[in-house]
Design a protein around this ligand. Structure first.
Ligand SMILES: [Zn+2]
Length: 105
């Protein structure tokens, strides 16, 4: 089972490097504000805002994202995709390893 311990350590290193990882999407939207006589709103420019959207138990959820969190969350979304790729790869890897062990006990 030394083989299994090595695989576990490799997994821990790979996943640790992907923290933080999230699922969801960021979108830039333009919203009107509540100020009276706002020039930006009167021009029709409105105000840029970022939203994070994700699914939770089949429901679409959304939260406002402060500007300082846009870059960290973009990175977390990329990490989430890498983590997902890692999960898809792990099934076939486990099966190949099992077959090798059967042939060379
Ligand atoms: Zn405004």
């Amino acid at each position: 089972m030394n083989d299994n311990l090595q695989a576990k350590q490799k997994w821990q290193q790979q996943t640790a490097a992907l923290w933080p990882a999230i699922k969801g999407s960021l979108a830039k939207v333009y919203k009107p504000c509540i100020r009276k006589n706002c020039r930006a709103c009167q021009r029709g420019d409105k105000h840029p805002a970022w939203l994070l959207s994700w699914s939770s138990q089949g429901r679409r959820r959304t939260m406002y994202v402060p500007h300082a969190m846009v870059a960290p969350l973009s990175k977390a979304i990329r990490n989430g995709r890498r983590l997902e790729q890692l999960l898809y790869r792990t099934g076939p890897e486990l099966l190949r390893k099992y077959r090798r062990n059967i042939r060379n006990p």
